[in-house]
Design a protein around this ligand. Structure first.
Ligand code: HEM
Length: 170
């Protein structure tokens, strides 16, 4: 009896250890992977308020970028005063979700919150336009003193979406 109990206890401990390292598949798909010991990017960036502040700055720069506004589809969205505030909310939600914060970027009944491939299919985006956005992202991270390590992780993760977003080959 004594041996049976301790073997059960042993199994319990082993299962608990294994479970504590297991990452659910959905979380792994939605977030930038981090090692078990490291804090999430969300935490290292300073959470929702810090992320929202950088998104606020970034979207203002994007809306006034002449290179992007040469694409008439982008210009029409940027000229429409009803789009900017909502875009900032959705982009903040996406970054919060993607960096390992609360999983708040979700599809809604208005067609918002789609995966990036679906959400950008109608925009006719080129590699050059993608590069312009990447440059604006990097400038924004420098403007807010994001450390080099985190900039490297963010830029590599954004780059991994190029194939989903670029639909115009020049
Ligand atoms: C990895 C880079 C990018 C990320 C993470 C990203 C993320 C997002 C997110 C989360 C949204 C909101 C979707 C929604 O409202 O449901 C969005 C919308 C949008 N994105 Fe991006 N995006 C990226 C690259 C680009 C590029 C390169 C362009 C243009 C050159 C672009 C232009 C837009 C526009 C115009 C919208 C608004 C679409 C609409 O209102 O119909 N994005 N993006």
């Amino acid at each position: 009896m004594k041996i049976a109990l301790s073997s059960q206890y042993f199994k319990f401990i082993v299962s608990a250890i294994i479970l504590s390292f297991a990452v659910p598949v959905s979380a792994a798909e939605k977030s930038v992977p981090v090692s078990a010991a490291e804090k999430s990017l969300f935490e290292r960036l300073g959470g929702t308020y810090a992320i929202a502040q950088t998104v606020d700055h970034l979207v203002d720069k994007i809306y006034e970028n002449d290179g992007l506004n040469a694409n008439p589809i982008l210009k029409a969205i940027h000229d429409d005063k009803s789009t900017k505030a909502g875009f900032k909310v959705m982009l903040t939600n996406w970054v919060v979700t993607r960096t390992g914060g609360p999983q708040i970027y979700k599809p809604d009944m208005f067609g918002r919150g789609q995966p990036l491939k679906e959400g950008h299919a109608h925009l006719n985006i080129s590699d050059r336009e993608f590069d312009i956005i990447m440059n604006e992202c990097k400038n924004t991270f420098y403007a807010f003193n994001v450390p080099d390590k985190e900039i490297g992780e963010l830029m590599a993760d954004l780059e991994s979406f190029r194939g989903d977003i670029v639909t115009r080959k020049e």
